[in-house]
Each structure stands twice: as C-alpha cells, then as structure tokens.
Ligand binder design. Structure first.
Ligand SMILES: Nc1ncnc2c1ncn2[C@@H]1O[C@H](COP(=O)(O)OP(=O)(O)OP(=O)(O)O)[C@@H](O)[C@H]1O
Ligand SMILES: [Mg+2]
Length: 229
C-alpha cells in the first residue's frame, strides 16, 4: 500500500453522446506500484486509453478518487494539473505525436521550455538524453526525416526530458517493426531498472506483455483480471 505511486478508488468515466450516457470505465480501483512495469490489455473499446489518460492526469474521472502519491488529483485546478503532468509524467503515444516543424532536439527541449529551464541547460539535457537513443547526425532532423523507430525514440526522449516518475505509453509499439518494438520496450526496462521508475503500457501485442510485472485485463470498462505477483 505504501509503495503505491498511483491509486484509483472506484473510478468511473461516463461519456455523454447525444442523450445517451456511455460508461467507458466502470468502478476501477487499481494501484500502480512504484517501480513496476504494468501492462494494460483488452479488446478495442474496453477503456484502455481512457484509463491511461486518467492515470496520467490528461483527463479527469466522472466519479471516484485518484491519488498520485499523496496528492489528490481531483483537488488540483486545471493549471496545477497541467503543471503536475508536465513535471511528473511522461507520455508516449502510438503515433509519436511529435511536432512536425520542430527538430528532434527542439521536440525534446519543449517540455523543459514549458517549465522555464534556461536554453543552455535544456540543450545540454536534450543532447544527453537523445545521445542514448539516436545518432548525433539525426538530432537536427525533423520528424518526417526520421524513421518510425527513430521518431518513437525521440518521443521517448521527450517523455524523459523533465525526469518524470512514470512513463505512460499508449500502444507505443503499435506502428513499429519487431526490432524497433523490442528496442522501445528495452528502453522502458532500463528506465525502470536503472532509475527505479514506473511504466504503464497499453498494448495489443501479447509478445510485449512478457516484459511486464503485472498485466491488468480490461473488459467493458472493468478490470476482469490482474495477472502476476
Ligand atoms: N470523447 C469520447 N466521447 C464519447 N465516447 C468516447 C470518447 N472517448 C472514448 N469513448 C468511448 O469509450 C470507450 C473506450 O474508449 P478507449 O479509447 O478508452 O478504448 P481503448 O480500449 O483504448 O480502444 P483501442 O484499443 O481501440 O484504442 C469506447 O467505446 C469509445 O467509443
Ligand atoms: Mg486506445
């Protein structure tokens, strides 16, 4: 219990479409432990992205409480929530979501810029992180000039820029070939093993779940099973 990084209590997310209320998440109580690699799996539409977005404070639950360490996310204003997210959470998406007109370097600098890190310092840190994942010759390329695998590694570097406690990844290997998939998952494992950080990864790819400590299975907005530990 004490080692929980994120805890949700009876979370619901209800979308209203016209007059119809649609519960995308129904009564989810889950603990994400510090330092674990958690995978979230389940059929399309079962609520994986909705859950990840709530865990990462990109979205708010309709009902239920969510705590990050001892911070009640429901109690934070939108501005505070955005600041919290930028400092403590790194997001990685299936389609990379890099900014097209910025170079790899600038994409990695962006989250630091938002926090007001001075240019010299943020360039130094961007180079430090990017060097782990990309040849130097690619630092000043724009996303369209990079391969898919390289784009995802830049996106991961961006997610790591502000030294977050947790990486939340939504199908991060969905658009990658087998070699790049394993590379991405290995970067996550390193992040956890060397720095004790936490990973939550949504995936359709059963092969990727073998790296997880625990697997949470969702079905129709509910947890149907938790495998592991
Ligand atoms: N903004 C929204 N408005 C209304 N319904 C939504 C909205 N976002 C998601 N939903 C619905 O909530 C349910 C869960 O969506 P979610 O995107 O979390 O599924 P998912 O498990 O991530 O699916 P996939 O594997 O296809 O990415 C779906 O039925 C979806 O149609
Ligand atoms: Mg999804």
């Amino acid at each position: 219990m004490n080692d929980a990084l994120i805890r949700t209590f009876n979370i619901w997310k209800v979308y209203q479409v016209g007059k119809v209320m649609y519960p995308a998440l129904r009564d989810i109580s889950l603990e994400v432990e510090k330092g674990e690699f958690l995978c979230v799996v389940g059929p399309s539409g079962c609520g994986k992205t909705t859950l990840l977005n709530i865990l990462g404070a990109l979205d708010r639950p309709t009902k239920g409480d969510i705590f990050f360490e001892n911070i009640s996310l429901n109690k934070l204003s939108d501005d505070k929530l955005a600041e919290f997210r930028n400092k403590r959470i790194g997001f990685v998406f299936q389609t990379f979501n890099l900014i097209a007109h910025l170079t790899a370097m600038e994409n990695v600098e962006l989250p630091m810029m938002v926090l007001g890190v001075p240019p010299r310092e943020r360039k130094k840190r961007a180079i430090e992180i990017l060097s782990r994942f990309l040849p130097e010759s690619s630092f000043f390329k724009r996303p369209t000039e990079l391969s898919s695998g390289e784009q995802q590694r830049v996106a991961i570097a961006r997610a790591l820029a502000n030294n977050p406690d947790v990486i939340l990844a939504d199908e991060p290997t969905g658009n990658l070939d087998s070699a790049n998939k394993h590379q991405v998952v290995n970067i996550f494992r390193e992040f956890r093993e060397e720095e004790g950080k936490t990973i939550v990864m949504v995936t359709h790819d059963l092969e990727m779940t073998k790296y997880a400590d625990r697997i949470v299975k969702l079905r129709d907005g509910q947890i149907s099973e938790i495998i592991g530990r």
